[in-house]
Design a protein around this ligand. Structure first.
Ligand code: ACO
Length: 323
């Protein structure tokens, strides 16, 4: 059977990082409050020259370089983002142009913090159906542009960044020791819209709007939704928490990550945590965490990786990938 195998990965952050103490100079907050509630120590914030497209392009170029490919080798670009450069055209098409790609297709996909899981799943479907051979999957965000900097309950939580992977169709034996995406599971439930949303948009206010969140409500639902989708991934594969080498969750909040790992019986040594460095970068958080785990030597070819995310919508999803 055909599977989607990861060939390479890359990531990019804006030039400027902002620590909690730096935020505390501008608003009533503290390093202690932020670290204790979220695990976040710093985040990267894009300057006026940096955009979702420029960060996405940098991550894409590094992913291509990582596996020795050029843009001509790619058939499709899927960009997960909730902070596009423009309402249209799709930011992925801008990235396609920046890469000098004149063939194939590119489109954006919107599932907020679950965006990268939705994008990997969509890419897997294209590959398995034979419609694409090599797909560049990007998660890129400039959430700093949709934050209400007067609202300390949300603005301290998020950051900007981008990450990318390249998936290739490869013939496999159909067993669980194959490399590639072994299973994927997506969910959404729009009845939770009011708990996490942006209060503007082209068809409603005609403005970009600001992120609004009922933090406690999100927290309350997150753990159950993560359990739901990860258990489906285990059931579909016959794998379990002991067989997993690395757990790479969406990086929203260390307390959610710790509680999820505990609930799933995953050893804390297997959990990749980067929320301390990046804050919550929405659809970019998983590929940024992948990049860190690869660079520090933890994530290696052949490792079994459990990926999950939950976010606005609500949307949630999980994948199991053999690297
Ligand atoms: N600095 C200092 N004090 C603050 C800050 C801040 N930045 N923000 C709020 N406070 C104060 C509040 O005003 C409140 O004060 P009061 O008791 O005097 O009224 C107090 O801290 C407690 O506020 P709560 O909102 O009840 O704080 P809570 O313990 O719930 O923590 C948090 C808030 C961190 C947002 C928590 O609810 C949470 O982690 N929720 C999950 C949110 C999340 O991770 N979302 C992202 C997932 S989905 C996605 O990725 C899009």
């Amino acid at each position: 059977m055909i599977r989607s195998v990861v060939l390479g990965a890359g990531a990019a952050t804006p030039k400027h990082s902002v620590t909690n103490d730096q935020l505390a100079q501008k608003m009533e907050t503290s390093d202690e409050w932020i670290v204790q509630r979220t695990g976040i120590e710093q985040r990267y914030i894009a300057d006026s020259c940096e955009t979702t497209a420029s960060l996405g392009e940098r991550a894409a170029r590094l992913a291509l370089k990582d596996c020795g490919l050029i843009p001509d080798d790619i058939d499709l670009i899927i960009l997960a983002t909730s902070t596009p450069n423009n309402t249209f055209p799709a930011t992925s098409v801008e990235i396609q142009n920046r890469l000098g790609m004149k063939h194939g297709a590119a489109f954006d996909l919107q599932a907020v913090c679950t965006g990268f899981v939705f994008a990997m799943t969509t890419a897997d479907t294209y590959i398995k159906s034979g419609q694409a051979k090599r797909i560049l999957v990007i998660g890129a965000e400039t959430f700093s542009r949709i934050l209400d900097w007067q609202d300390r309950t949300t603005c301290v939580l998020f950051g900007d960044g981008a990450g990318a992977i390249i998936l290739e169709a490869q013939e496999c034996n159909g067993m669980m020791d194959d490399r590639g995406i072994l299973t994927n599971h997506l969910r959404s439930d729009g009845s939770h819209k009011g708990k996490l949303y942006v209060d503007g948009g082209p068809s409603t206010t005609g403005t970009v709007g600001h992120l609004r969140m009922q933090g406690r409500e999100v927290f309350k639902h997150a753990i159950g939704m993560i359990r739901d989708v990860v258990e489906s991934a285990f059931e579909a594969t016959g794998l379990d928490s002991d067989s997993i080498d690395w757990f790479i969750p969406h990086q929203a909040n260390k307390r959610i990550i710790d509680a999820s790992a505990k609930m799933l019986n995953i050893d804390s040594k297997k959990v990749v945590i980067t929320v301390n460095q990046h804050g919550n970068t929405s659809s970019a958080s998983i590929p940024l965490a992948i990049d860190v785990a690869r660079k520090d030597g933890r994530l290696k070819k052949g490792d079994l990786v459990l990926i999950e995310a939950m976010g606005g919508g609500f949307t949630w999803g999980a994948l199991i990938v053999r690297w």
